[in-house]
Design a protein. Sequence first.
Length: 245
Amino acid sequence: MNKQDTKEETADKGDLVPVPEDGLIILPVRNFVAFPGTVFPLAVGRGTSAAAVEQAIRGERPIGIVLQRDPEEEAPGADGLHKIGCVADILRYVASPEGGNHLICRGTGRFRLNELLKGTPFLIARIERIKDARDKRPETEARFLYLRELAVELLEMLPDAPAGLAESVGNLTDPGHLADLAAAYSDFSLEDRQGILETLDIGARIEKTTDLLARRLEVLRITKEIGEQAREAFDTRHREACLLY
């Protein structure tokens, strides 16, 4: 973490809110699903969320990023949050003069939210960390290889994809991580992304991501074909018009 970008990093830790051993500082988000193995920006606007981030930085703790069910709800409780979220380390924290706070985070794993603690100034939950289980079934390996081909093709078609990402994806060997990356960098709906985050079985996660990615690629292929046909028709009409003069 870059010290010049953190806030009160060296402040006295004696006034920090106690967090139990199985606890995690929770950051509810309105329109974003974070995935393990990805680096992503976050804007923090709510005062309680800013306080949560400040404690995480001062206490050198990770945060738990959870999608709230209703984006309009200002202070969601346990029923207003999805039960599966992403543990993330804060890499950078920048407080702007206008009052907004901006984070760069790195997802490190999934967790299940079991219980919100009461009487805390921001959300703290008892959680269970979830590790991906190894899946060496031949059918999972085959689906993994197919998904990797689709993911590389999609990234090569997206003009705003990070440079070198397609090559990195093409070298991946972890099926679960591949599914997470594909979901993170595709324009799936929030519901679909959350569904993939909540799919703990690796084979099922690969299958779900493949189905969504294949449909998205088909749309992109058709869109590209229509664009090429439209350009060819325009060029033909343009040449014909030039011949008239």
